[in-house]
Design a protein. Structure first.
Length: 308
């Protein structure tokens, strides 16, 4: 799939409404010469933060991709925004959104059962590993995938909406012709060199999040549900939340595997329209583990641009 022009949200959002698997890291690229640029000229001038992002890449020996948009003005901050990264568990937020869009009414209360073998195969499953005997409803599984980053829960939600290919098609219908959803957990974390499977770009994910919260895709109650789940994400406190200014509320979904560490968020700031922010990173050394501090510091740099 190929991506067209990015779309910025015009309009507001109010939060205040009420997490990953292990595998090998993502595609690498030189940290010194970002190839991305804003996909369209921003309507409001933004400060250039390239030097700060390059310094972080050098400090952490990593590659960083940033896409942020002010939902009021449409102003966009980009750094490597059109380069591909493994998305890891951040895809769980999008899977939950598609579930909320496609599975309606009492169908969400259908109880699903699974086996201990399913949990073992999926990997990190803090909720479903404790509920093998009783099962959970589809809605509870979607919530567990977002709030606790439960891998088995994601796989069961994916099965209900038609599998990875169906999620890929749903994102395509939203306008995302970049993201390539190919595998379920845990294989979605394994990014082979040169492959686009289970990768996206920061710009594509920011546009997806924008569409999910602007009222054009989800019903108001479903949008509130998704934001509540993301606001209660238990795996994001050391990421964008840690880098956000005091008093800014962050609804996010994290992702991490091997050298991949990501976070995507809708951020509500006092006195301003929300900001949608995607931070995707990977270490340059394929054997190195990720560092949450990289995402937190990148968030601090990015969000400072929207304080001015």
């Amino acid at each position: 799939m190929k991506r067209g022009v990015a779309v910025a949200l015009a309009g507001g959002l109010v939060l205040g409404l009420v997490g990953c698997a292990s595998a090998t890291p993502s595609p690498s690229a030189s940290p010194s010469s970002p190839t991305s640029a804003p996909t369209s000229a921003p309507p409001t001038s933004m400060p250039d933060r390239s030097v700060e992002f390059q310094a972080l890449e050098a400090e952490f020996s990593a590659r960083v991709g940033i896409s942020a948009v002010d939902t009021g003005t449409g102003a966009r901050l980009s750094y490597r925004a059109d380069e591909r990264f493994g998305y890891a568990s951040t895809i769980k937020a999008l899977a939950a959104a598609v579930f909320l869009h496609e599975v309606r009414g009492s169908a969400r209360d259908e109880v699903v059962n699974w086996s201990a073998e399913d949990v073992e195969a999926a990997g990190y499953s803090p909720v479903t590993s404790e509920q093998v005997e009783t099962g959970l409803t589809l809605s509870q599984l979607a919530e567990a995938a977002v709030r606790r980053s439960d891998n088995t829960a994601l796989n069961l939600v994916l099965a209900r909406i038609g599998g990875p290919a169906a999620l890929d098609a749903a994102l395509g219908a939203l306008g995302d012709e970049v993201t390539e959803v190919v595998n379920a957990e845990p294989l979605l974390n394994v990014i082979e060199p040169g492959s686009t499977d289970d990768t996206t770009t920061p710009a594509a994910f920011t546009d997806n999040l924008t569409r999910l919260v602007d009222g054009s895709y989800l019903e108001p109650a479903d949008r509130a549900t998704l934001l509540a789940w993301m606001s209660g994400n238990a795996t994001g406190d050391t990421l964008i939340r840690a880098g956000a200014p005091a008093g800014w509320q962050v609804a996010d979904k994290s992702g991490g595997a091997g050298g991949i560490r990501n976070d995507i968020a809708i951020i509500d700031r006092p006195g301003g329209d929300p900001i949608v922010l995607t931070i995707l990173t990977n270490t340059l050394d394929p054997d190195a583990e990720y560092d949450d501090a990289l995402v937190a510091e990148a968030a601090s740099v990015a969000l400072a641009a929207f304080e001015q």
